[in-house]
Design a protein around this ligand. Sequence first.
Ligand code: TGC
Ligand code: FAD
Length: 390
Amino acid sequence: QDTFQAPDYYNIDDLLTEEHRMIRQAARDWVKRDVSPIIEEAAQKAEFPKSIIKGLSEIGAFGPYIPEEYGGAGLDQISYGLIMQEIERGDSGVRSTASVQSSLVMYPIYAYGTEEQRKKFLPKLASGEFMGSFGLTEPDHGSNPSGMTTNFVDKGDHYLLNGAKMWISNSPFCDIAVVWAKNEEGRIHGLIVERGMEGFSTPETHNKWSLRASATGELIFQDVKVPKENLLPGKSGLGAPLSCLDSARYGIAWGAIGAAMDCYDTALRYAKERIQFGKPIAGYQLQQKKLAEMITEITKAQLLALRLGQLKNEDKATTAQISMAKRNNVEMAINIAREARQILGGMGITGEYSIMRHMMNLESVVTYEGTHDIHLLITGLDITGISAFK
Ligand code: TGC
Ligand code: FAD
């Protein structure tokens, strides 16, 4: 039974609006009812639970901040963050599916697409009728996407797309993929590739120990004819995909708090109930140190995310500020998962509890959307003015 109770040590709820709390409650109720009961089995079987797509749409997780006229939920950035927090409390893989759909597929179509593209794709993506994926990473270009070799050539009435993307969330079942590729001049553009186009395939990546309830795969393009109307005309250059990452990374900064909260809540309950040497292990200083540090770190992460949300609402959040929050909050969550796992002793490694699943999932979250080290270098560049990437 899912008995989760969210910690709020600094009364941060008082800083939220009534609407924020209602949106969060709806997401929390849905996770308790429709995600928690099935997610462990899905992860053990390494299957994406398609049954959750409808619910994700209903709680506004597909395009939370996309205007309602395009099927989005028309919410503010803090609501978006709270929804991600609740979903990742259930599982980082489920949050991944929502992040990709919202920030990496709907956002670029909304921000850089034509009115026809918005009308054609956004309502179907918001309802979950269409699922999307985002192809930036390649086998030889992960942290350095500017080196990508996927390319397209203008053939008069269409573009001819060739190349391959790797590590792509949702790829095995996506209906459309927003793919970043270079034109003949080496300029990066976004193209909408649709399932069924000849030469387009999406093989699944198997044997992951992490994000097992999320489907990951490749996107392979062999002379794919992409209609010209599928190019996103609004922005080109690496800045176009990076601006989508800003939005997804912001959501992860909130989502990681959810995973951390679940680990903390589970460990606290367990420590109060588990008797060793004649008293609850929660009564030993070493266990209290772990729990006290967990709630301190969760509280700091909550404040960071909330302030970032305020800045996002005012359109003032910088890429470097988002990097700091993504990096800090994911590291916070992975550290809490590791400590919480220890508090549960042997029970911590079983699927009876969610902690080990969170811990394994977070190994992907700390790597994707810019690795832990890449985000540190973004902060380093921001404060020194000197790039240490190259
Ligand atoms: P750099 O020279 O810094 O920038 C190139 C151009 O882009 C502009 N720019 C931005 N524009 C908008 N928004 C941003 N956030 C921007 N950041 C940079 C920049 O001004 C420049 O413009 P211009 O006009 O001068 O050309 O680029 P760089 O090649 O030095 O790379 C910088 C670096 C390393 C930070 C960047 O490449 C990076 O972030 N690498 C990490 C790659 C990454 O995060 N990949 C994620 C793939 S998607 C994914 O993981 C999804 S997981 C989904 C899930 O399941 O949840
Ligand atoms: P590399 O770039 O090879 O990095 C390896 C190590 O070197 C890292 O520790 C890195 O920090 C370090 N490093 C790299 N460059 C530097 C440097 N300049 N200085 C110091 N250290 C450096 N991508 C997508 O496009 N779409 C998706 O939907 C998507 N989903 C994903 C889902 C999962 C489960 C995973 C694991 C990945 C996903 N990715 C996706 C890819 C992800 O964004 C990349 O894995 C990530 O950007 C890192 O690239 P890489 O794995 O090639 O590692």
